[in-house]
Write a protein that binds this ligand. Structure first.
Ligand SMILES: NC(=O)c1ccc[n+]([C@@H]2O[C@H](COP(=O)([O-])OP(=O)(O)OC[C@H]3O[C@@H](n4cnc5c(N)ncnc54)[C@H](O)[C@@H]3O)[C@@H](O)[C@H]2O)c1
Length: 379
């Protein structure tokens, strides 16, 4: 049995801790929980008989742990994870890995210094079978060369009531961003996992219809070699959309909410174009079948969102058992990529220019510090 602890038992951490305590994660046992909120510790200990700590260092000094899950507000992730790594305790870090790639890089370096310590990311959407199928179709070449990507993510609706509950959310000083770092971190990870990192980012971010300082409305263009991606996100519209469309020269993938449809063409677009003797690609031409623009195959796959986080914790435990980082769904260093996209989108919008990747980490850290300073005059 792997001995686990959860650091931060708020909304998400408490769910992780309950899952482990109730035996939902095979091969794992909940040994302790840690939170700075005494009431949360008491409430949890009343239900589940585990040790409680209000300080991570005390927990690490007293308990013999195989792994810790860090589920605290964003700015504390790196510091808490590094304390675990320092003591040789494997870590699973909630998204985002950190607020800046500058700070996240320090955790990755600390992990590199301790090759036997496993660092993992809670990128639970990577367990979604629709995205896994999309990855397979892209990597096998089934849809051909990617020509265009559109990702619309406007279904993380949040009210003013949500923001008024206070705490660390939707501020530069408390959270390090808004919809991008809190919600879209999932989709931006999926995007880079499927089609890689772009060469540059141009974006427009805004705060619409809510009394918050961070962005809740985003339009970004990612430029890749050979194609572009338009990424649109908001948390203020109803009904929202969650739609990923990846067009290749041999087919197309469409993931909308819980349903994925993919089309594999009989011929590549180049062949259709070269062979066609009609202006619209002979789409309706029943006689000259060899020129037809028909889909050779179209399939539908469904998946939901439930249980994804538990799957990642199970995967973390499996990697602890095998001692092999390659068994992880998402290694810690994967957290840097989506975060770099988030930082780049913010930076481009702030300076009003396209920014090249890799991003200048120092410059982003300085610009964020300025945002935090400006925010002081508002709150
Ligand atoms: N994977 C997902 O789908 C998902 C969903 C929601 C939230 N999250 C992530 O989980 C993390 C926590 O979010 P939440 O919604 O549970 O927040 P929350 O505010 O409900 O909980 C955070 C908890 O951390 C505690 N805490 C703060 N500083 C601490 C410290 N230094 N040591 C110990 N405990 C400390 C707080 O007291 C609080 O109980 C964030 O990174 C968030 O982005 C992930």
């Amino acid at each position: 049995m792997k001995r686990l602890a959860v650091v931060g038992i708020g909304r998400m951490g408490a769910r992780h801790a309950r899952n482990i305590a109730k035996g939902a994660i095979k091969g794992a046992k909940l040994i302790a929980v840690c939170d700075v909120d005494a009431q949360k510790l008491k409430d949890f200990a009343d239900k589940y008989k585990v040790a409680t700590y209000n300080n991570l260092d005390d927990m690490l000094a007293k308990e013999s742990l195989d792994g810790a899950i860090i589920a605290t507000p964003h700015y504390s992730h790196v510091k808490l994870a590094m304390a675990c790594v320092d003591k040789g305790v494997n870590v699973l870090v909630e998204k985002p890995i950190s607020v800046t790639t500058k700070e996240a890089g320090e955790l990755i370096e600390a992990l590199e210094q301790k090759p036997n310590v496993i660092g993992a990311m809670m990128f639970n959407q990577r367990t979604n079978r629709m995205y896994r199928k999309a990855k397979e179709l892209i990597e096998s070449g089934a849809i051909g060369k990617v020509q265009r990507v559109n990702f619309i993510v406007t279904d993380w609706y949040r009210t003013q009531f949500y923001y008024d509950m206070g705490g660390w959310r939707a501020s530069w000083s408390g959270e390090g961003g808004g919809t991008l770092i809190n919600q879209c971190v999932h989709q931006l990870d999926v995007l880079q996992w499927l089609v890689g990192m772009p060469k540059s980012v141009l974006s427009y971010c805004a705060t619409k219809n809510r009394n918050i300082t961070t962005e809740n409305d985003v339009t970004a263009v990612f430029r890749y070699d050979g194609f572009d991606c338009v990424f649109t996100a908001s948390t203020h519209e109803v009904p929202g959309t969650n739609r990923l469309e990846i067009a290749g020269d041999k087919g197309k993938i469409v993931v909308e909410k819980f349903k994925m449809t993919y089309f594999l063409n009989q011929k590549s677009e180049e062949e259709i174009n070269n062979l066609s003797t009609r202006d619209y690609g002979n789409k309706q031409d029943k006689k000259s079948k060899k020129h037809k623009l028909s889909y050779g195959l179209s399939r539908i796959i469904y998946d939901g969102v439930y249980g994804q986080q538990a799957r990642i914790i199970s995967n973390f435990v499996k990697a602890l058992e095998s001692g092999n980082k390659d068994d992880l769904v998402a290694k810690a260093e994967e957290g840097l990529k989506g975060l770099e996209l988030i930082n780049a989108i913010n930076q481009s919008s702030w300076i009003g220019k396209e920014v090249d990747l890799p991003l200048d980490k120092e410059q982003y850290a300085q610009l964020l510090a300025q945002k935090i300073e400006e925010e002081k005059s508002i709150y």
